[in-house]
Ligand binder design. Structure first.
Ligand SMILES: [Zn+2]
Length: 297
């Protein structure tokens, strides 16, 4: 029996092969060029496809990232949590929205940790550890990397279906692709559910199961059912874990300095924004207004 992650890789590889085969058949039928030239063209198209797809998820500029100099405490705590999970400490971005996430973005597919400032402000110390440990825990699971690969296959599949639908017998032509999409939908969801449970394990391991439970109840009401198991299933999995003591506990100093940095964040961002604006204005001074002569009233 194949493991789920192997199935995902297999289906993804099949979709890529189908795209190449389709291009190959079209090429052999409609071009006079040599087969190797055509294959090379396919390869180039594939690379160009990736290049066009990835920049659409550009990495945020340094200006909005939480640098170590301005936010030493938050970076320090995240470094501690990452070391405990044995994962690299990712660059951090605070947002004013109410969601936390971990993604691989940009051309180089670098990890980015997105944390909700309102959540972190409201959370207790142990809930903060649980929230951050859950997201960094995703780095220990290959699911994030897998999803960036099969998402491209998924988009390719949808586009192929759209093109085939234009033909008179489109319904018939897209049937195998629809079946493939159904299957891919199903295994992508199962994979994503498992990745969430694995990340919850890290939250419970570092902050303790009780804190993981509290953080889940307070801060995960608006996650999507397509990618996350129900709260009930997640709580059940946490409750089944041994009641080990937390491995990361914030000290009173860490806690108060973290709160200070979180409160300072909106002002730091505002200052940076006005500095950038001032710099732009310095480089492109507004056109001076012609002096009004013979002014009459
Ligand atoms: Zn998650």
């Amino acid at each position: 029996m194949l493991e789920l992650r192997h199935k995902l890789v297999l289906v993804t590889a099949l979709i890529y092969s189908a795209v190449v085969m389709a291009l190959l058949v079209v090429g052999v039928l409609f071009t006079n060029g040599g087969i190797w030239q055509f294959l090379l063209g396919c390869g180039l198209l594939f690379v160009i496809g990736w290049l066009f797809y990835l920049p659409s998820m550009g990495f945020p500029p340094n200006l909005v990232l939480i640098d170590k100099e301005t936010f030493p405490r938050l970076n320090g705590i995240i470094g501690r949590i990452a070391a405990e999970i044995d994962a690299p400490a990712p660059p951090i971005m605070l947002v004013s929205g109410e969601h936390c996430a971990l993604g691989l973005i940009g051309l180089r597919q670098r990890p980015l940790l997105v944390l909700s400032q309102p959540f972190l402000l409201r959370a207790s110390d142990e809930e903060r550890v649980a929230l951050i440990a859950h997201e960094i825990g995703h780095l220990r699971d290959d699911a994030v990397a897998r999803s960036s690969v099969h998402r491209v296959a998924y988009v390719a599949l949808l586009r192929m279906m759209r093109v085939l639908d234009l033909f008179p017998c489109g319904e018939l032509l897209t049937w195998p692709l629809r079946k493939c999409k159904q299957y891919l939908d199903m295994i992508r969801q199962t994979d994503s559910f498992q990745a969430e449970l694995n990340a919850d394990y890290w939250a419970a391991q570092l902050a303790g199961p009780m804190a993981a439970r509290k953080a889940l109840l307070r801060f995960t009401n608006n996650v999507t059912a397509r990618t996350h198991p129900t709260q009930e299933i997640r709580l059940k999995a946490i409750d089944a874990m041994p009641l080990n003591p937390p491995t990361v506990v914030l000290s009173a100093v860490e806690s108060s300095e973290l709160a200070k940095e979180l409160c300072q964040w909106p002002h730091v961002m505002q200052n940076r924004e006005s500095e950038v604006r001032a710099e732009i204005e310095r480089e492109n001074p507004p056109q001076s207004q012609p002096a009004l002569r013979n002014r009459t009233t």
